[in-house]
Every structure is written in C-alpha cells, then in structure tokens.
Design a protein around this ligand. Structure first.
Ligand SMILES: [Zn+2]
Length: 395
C-alpha cells in the first residue's frame, strides 16, 4: 500500500479501532496521517549501509561492471568489431522494487500492510520474483531487483541502486489497504512531470489493463504532489531526481475480500507478477525469446504542465426516489466529477450510522437501480471519485 504504510502508524490493529469514524473525521485523519513530512523523511533518511555491498546476490551485480569487463578487449580490437557492437540489440534495464522489507522492529514501514496474518513485504517479494522470471523470458531486457530477500532498504537506497545499474525504469510493487477496509481495485502512481509522467503512465496503463483482465477493477493511473509541489511518493521523487521514471503498482487491497481472493495464494501472486511483466513487455514491444534489433518507440504525449491529482470530492451529488411496483423504489443517483471520475458509491439505511460495501459506479453522470424499501429508512448515499474522496447526500 502506498499511503497508510508510509506513515508507519496506520497499519495493523490501530486501523481496526477506527472503522466507525465519520466521513469528515476520516478525511482529517487520513490527511494528518499521510503527512509529507513522514514520507519525505523516509525518502531522505541517511541509512546508506548496504547499497554498495558487492556480490550480495547475483542480481545486485551491476551491468555497468559487466559492460566494462566486456568492453575492455574491444579497445584494442578493430573498428569493425566496435561497429558490430554498436548494432547490438537495444536493451532495456528494468529495476523491480518489492515494496518494504526488513524486520520492522524499529520501523513499521519495513513490514508494509499487515493483514491476513502476513505482511505486505513478503507478498511484494513473491510478485517481484515472479515478474523477474517472466520478464527475463523476453528479449531486449535486463531485469534487476532492489532486494531479493527480506531486507531493509530506504527509498533513497532503492533509487540509488536503480541508478547504479543504469535503469531505464523502476517498477515499485505494492499491495494496498484502506482505513475503512472498503476500497478495492488496482491503481498506479507516477510522477506528475513531463516525460516521467508520460512514460510512467504509459507503462502503468498497460499493466492496469493486464490486472483488469485478471479480475481487478482499475482505479487508474494517478499522481500525488507534496506540499512543496514535488512528487509526494519518495520512490518516484528520488528516481526522478536521478533521471529515472518510476511507477508504483498497487495491485489490490489486502483488507478487502474480493481483492484478497485474487492474491491469497502463491499461484495468485505469481500471476500478478506475470501480468505485470506482460503489461510492461507489451508497452515496450518486447517479444519472448527474441532480441529485436529495433524496439518500437512508444507513443508518448509529454504534458505541458504537471498532471495534478484530484483533491476535491465529486460535485453535484443527489438522489431521487420514485415508487415502483412490489414495494420497490427506483433510485436515480447523480454524481459529477469533472477532474477525475466517479468510481464507487455506497448507501446507508440508518441515516449514516452504517454503510453498505462499495458498489461500482459504471459510466455516466447518473445511475439507476431498484431498492426494496419500507419507507422507514433514513437513506443516505455517498459518491466517491477514484481518488477516494466522497460526497454524501446528507449535506
Ligand atoms: Zn506498500
């Protein structure tokens, strides 16, 4: 998960005590807990031990070192040999970053989300290993992992590692969770800026289409900015500072049953990694078992301005109730979202004390459905955009 775990305070039992907070409080708690200070501190802290350790695993050997060793004879070789070398197949260097990792004794950030008697850090590693295996079957690609064991790394160290291997792209793999345990769906976070946005969003959309084929709903490719106007998420910001586009893939919500059913076994986690790999390969035009002499150039539109997140809830939310047959009422629920899109709605029959699970909105500014009502209910609807911001019909 991208948000809750970065604060280190909202995972685990703490959340469970907060399921009944009202919406305004929810927003406030959420905002407070996700302070950029915490995030930026995480990204910038100085733990540097470990990054430069050589030979920790074969995956951490840098291709730059290999390249130097290979190129040495060429310096005394003929010009023809150098020319041949230049015509070699292009290679994309992709760094996979299993989110979190480490004992989590001093820092809950290391564990990630805590649900279902496991930790996010274990699941992201399984996804990454499967993604590495799948991606390695394609030509024109070299795959690296920021970690292939349960070890602690700061966000800065992950980005520095990506730079050390000459990464073209970093994909940070995560699983989500929400305060009220109600959200579901896959989402991707990318930089809000120019080419970093274009590349991240392109790869992200391609991965999301794979994840929706598999069974998740898509919450889309999103950005998030910090108070100083930079990218909010440390891994994206640190990579951008080093010239590397990065994306965070939030596959689904560990604390929501339908999402969990898509990732609750080893096979399911492997499928997620394979889907991620397929999405990435499709975007870059990679082919399995075949190194192409040229890769197609992805069509990327570089935005002129930062692509800003939606920070306001849906506008114009109301409902109409019409009598139907057999005690059923026809409900028309209206919600307008000009900056992003309406994603879900839920309803209360007791004036907002308890709510249904989240239903998908579908398309358009109004949706219609029947409800069996006695007339005694105190009906309230809440309409959400894909940034999880909501507007209720109770005021
Ligand atoms: Zn996470």
């Amino acid at each position: 998960m991208q948000a809750k775990d970065r604060s280190g305070k909202l995972t685990g039992p703490v959340i469970l005590a907060q399921t009944e907070i009202k919406s305004e409080e929810f927003i406030k708690i959420k905002e407070a807990s996700l302070s950029e200070a915490a995030e930026e501190e995480k990204a910038g802290d100085g733990k540097m031990e470990g990054t430069q350790e050589a030979g920790e695993s074969h995956r951490r050997e840098t291709p730059k070192e290999e390249a130097v060793q290979q190129e040495t004879p060429l310096e005394t070789d003929t010009g023809a040999a150098e020319e041949a070398d230049e015509k070699a197949a292009p290679v994309l260097r992709i760094v996979l970053d299993p989110g979190h990792g480490g004992p989590g004794i001093n820092d809950e950030q290391e564990l990630g989300a805590i649900y279902r008697d496991t930790y996010e850090k274990y699941l992201t590693l399984e996804i990454a290993l499967a993604m590495e295996e799948e991606l390695s079957q394609y030509g024109n690609v070299e795959v690296f992992l920021t970690r292939d064991t349960d070890r602690a790394l700061t966000l800065k160290e992950r980005a520095a590692y990506a730079e050390s291997v000459g990464a073209d792209l970093l994909v940070s793999l995560h699983l989500n969770a929400s305060l009220e345990h109600n959200f579901y769906g896959s989402e991707v976070f990318v930089s809000a800026f120019d080419w970093f946005y274009a590349r991240g969003a392109g790869v992200g959309q391609s991965i999301l289409s794979q994840l929706t084929d598999y069974g998740f709903v898509s919450k889309g490719v999103k950005t998030r900015l910090g108070s100083k106007g930079a990218d909010y998420y440390g891994i994206i910001r640190e990579c951008k500072n080093l010239g590397i586009p990065a994306l965070i893939v939030e596959h689904g919500y560990m604390d929501e049953d339908s999402d969990w059913s898509l990732m609750c076994t080893t096979e399911a986690l492997e499928t997620l990694g394979q889907r991620d790999a397929a999405g990435l390969a499709a975007y870059f035009g990679l082919e399995k078992g075949k190194a192409l002499s040229n890769l197609p150039k992805p069509e990327e539109t570089i935005p002129d301005y930062p692509v800003r997140p939606d920070i306001t809830p849906p506008e114009e939310v109301w409902y109409r109730k019409e009598s139907g047959k057999d005690g059923r009422q026809l409900i028309t629920l209206h919600g307008v979202e000009r900056e992003s899109r309406v994603m879900y709605y839920d309803y209360s029959l007791d004036g907002g004390v308890t709510y249904s699970s989240l239903n998908l909105w579908g398309t358009g500014e109004s949706i219609q459905f029947y409800m069996a009502l006695t007339g005694e209910e105190q009906l309230v609807f809440r309409v959400y955009n894909n940034y999880e911001l909501r507007t209720g019909t109770d005021g």
